[in-house]
Design a binder for this molecule. Structure first.
Ligand SMILES: [Ca+2]
Ligand SMILES: [Cu+2]
Length: 408
């Protein structure tokens, strides 16, 4: 299957920093772990945690995309968050210790896709490939291709590797993969509210993670697309594609790469805007059906459309997505799906190295992007959080996981 233009095997080129001057300005506190195989979960391989006090902040923005509105107050409790996105070396340690196989590495079950040729059921993932020149930006298939064999350890498909990129964020991880890592680490994925609070770095209502000005003193402060999307990337501090974590200055909380570099999974189901966040699941479903948001969904497919384009919906799409029964029956999960699809979508935060100002101004804390839980791409990663233990209210002993999600 090939949903993008051509079958070019030329991966997105990743080059090193030009002149070796790519800074480590934001690197304080960053520990790049050793890559030695591990048999247990040594905390030394995990990212350092930055404790945040929590509190009330203004979430969202009305300046950019409609799904970020309205601006409203949100309160989050205290939590700790990883100082940088999970790196290739860290994910490798997890795989070494557990033998975990990511979603992108698993063959699709023919039983779930009746009538689809076996050769179209190979494991793989979505890979960004620059176009030869300017293109109409309305069709993402021109710069994304379904690449059999693309996986976290070969993010651009067979022949690519993560060698020399041990300290880059891991990519080609689906939601389930991110959850599996977090569980192994004894950590969790952040809610959207937690992530945005952390991403703002203590600046109330600022446009960017560092303030309102895009490039104070002319300094580029996040790894996002430089040049002309999607055909000419001149590099962010020399980096085309992902960059080592901490290459860019940390935000006010000391957190590296919150915006730019890679999008990051959150545990929150996608909603068309923040106005519906507080409604019941049924109301969210109705709102989803009533709202049609016409906007480019980042620089990427917003759903598993690459799969859906070639495959009919599986018999049990929620089950196939690896969700538990509670979640599968949750109306909110279903409502997060793109109309016409049954695959739930979670909120991605922070934007990526592909976000270009003229096309996708999402390297901002308020920005969000829907992503189908089964989809892995070359610009999505994650980081984990740790929350203090919460006393369970005796009145809700049987509260299902799906209801707990609503609290996030
Ligand atoms: Ca990021
Ligand atoms: Cu984008």
């Amino acid at each position: 299957m090939d949903t993008a233009a051509g079958t070019s095997s030329a991966p997105e080129q990743t080059k090193g920093p030009d002149g070796g001057t790519t800074g480590s300005a934001g690197r304080a506190g960053t520990t790049v772990p050793a890559t030695a195989p591990v048999t247990a979960r040594p905390t030394s391989t995990l990212s350092p945690l930055v404790p945040l006090p929590g509190g009330t902040y203004r979430r969202g923005s009305t300046e950019f995309y409609p799904d970020e509105a309205p601006v409203h107050e949100v309160t989050v409790g205290p939590f700790e968050i990883e100082q940088h996105p999970v790196t290739n070396a860290q994910f490798a340690a997890f795989v070494d210790a557990t033998g975990y196989v990511t979603v992108a590495e698993r063959p699709l079950d023919p039983a779930d896709y009746p009538g689809v040729a076996v050769e179209d059921l190979q494991p793989g993932a979505l890979v960004f490939t620059p176009t030869a020149g300017p293109v109409n930006l309305s069709d993402w298939r021109q710069w994304w291709r379904w690449q059999p064999g693309a996986r976290w350890s070969a993010p651009h498909g067979p022949g690519s590797s993560i060698e020399g990129r041990e300290d880059h964020p891991v990519v080609q991880v689906s939601y389930e993969d991110a959850q599996a890592y977090a569980a192994w680490a004894g950590r969790s994925l952040p809610t959207e509210a937690e992530w945005e609070y952390a991403g703002r770095g203590g600046l109330d209502g600022a446009r960017f993670a560092w303030g309102d000005e895009y490039q104070p003193d002319g300094e580029l402060l996040a790894n996002h697309w430089q040049g002309s999307f999607p055909y000419r990337n001149t590099g962010a501090r020399g980096w085309v594609g992902t960059s080592p974590v901490g290459t860019f200055p940390a935000n006010g909380f000391g957190l590296a790469d919150m915006t730019g570099n890679v999008w990051e999974w959150t545990s929150s189901f996608y909603t068309p805007n923040h106005a519906v966040d507080a409604r019941t699941a049924e109301e969210v479903a109705a709102a989803r059906d009533a709202l049609t948001i016409e906007m480019p969904a980042c620089c990427a497919p917003s759903t598993g459309a690459a799969m859906a384009a070639a495959h009919p919906a599986p018999h049990d799409p929620l089950g196939a997505a690896g969700l538990d029964e509670d979640t599968a029956t949750d109306v909110r999960a279903a409502a997060s799906a793109e109309p016409g699809s049954a695959i739930p979508r979670k909120v991605l935060k922070g934007g990526s190295h592909l976000c270009a100002p003229e096309y996708c101004l999402r390297y901002r804390p308020a920005a969000r992007s829907p992503q189908a839980v089964d989809t892995a791409t070359s610009h999505i990663g994650f980081r984990c959080v740790v929350r203090p233990p919460v006393a369970v209210a005796p009145s809700t002993p049987g509260m299902p996981a799906s209801a707990r999600n609503l609290l996030g």
